[in-house]
Write a protein that binds this ligand. Structure first.
Ligand SMILES: [Zn+2]
Length: 165
């Protein structure tokens, strides 16, 4: 988003813009926090995510440091170089009554296979037999893992090449 995109009602975290930027205010916009506090906020702090609330959001533990951490994670996932993703090589989920990672028993008694890649859970299908669900999960692991491993290896190779120049 750019400064020119900011309108009344535009939201930045807990802030809602209640007066749009105008030249006389030197890049400050009036915002209202969800807690009701109003304040003039420097527009670039909003655009860069540096100001997300009057301070009440931070108190909830949603610190900027955490936010940066999530951004970094998202970046790694976007570049498809994250080898460890949710569900792979992890401990078995407590809610998973089949004891098989990525396979859960559905209410109708069928087995549901899934795999989590990044933050996305990919549904692999419903199966009558646990073994079929297991096989579907295994195949998906190989497919997603091999793909990522390849990309990571290629990236490593490239880095090595660049540094040996
Ligand atoms: Zn607030």
């Amino acid at each position: 988003m750019r400064k020119s995109d900011i309108r009344i009602g535009t939201k930045f975290g807990y802030w809602t813009v209640i007066e749009p930027p105008d030249a006389t205010r030197h890049d400050y916009v009036r915002c209202r926090c969800i807690c009701g506090k109003e304040k003039m906020i420097y527009v670039y702090n909003l655009l860069q995510g540096k100001s997300l609330s009057c301070g009440c959001k931070r108190k909830e533990g949603d610190s900027l440091v955490l936010k940066d951490g999530r951004k970094l994670t998202a970046k790694v996932h976007r570049q498809h170089v994250a080898i460890k993703y949710a569900g792979f090589g992890r401990e078995i989920n407590r809610n998973n009554s089949t004891g098989v990672p990525g396979v859960s028993v559905f209410r109708n008694g069928q087995y549901r296979a899934y795999i989590s890649v990044g933050r996305k859970q990919i549904h692999l299908g419903f199966f009558d037999k646990l073994d079929d669900a297991k096989a579907a999960r295994k195949a998906a692991e190989q497919r997603y893992f091999a793909d990522r491993q390849e990309k990571a290896d290629a990236l490593k190779k490239k880095l090595k090449k660049d540094s040996s120049k």
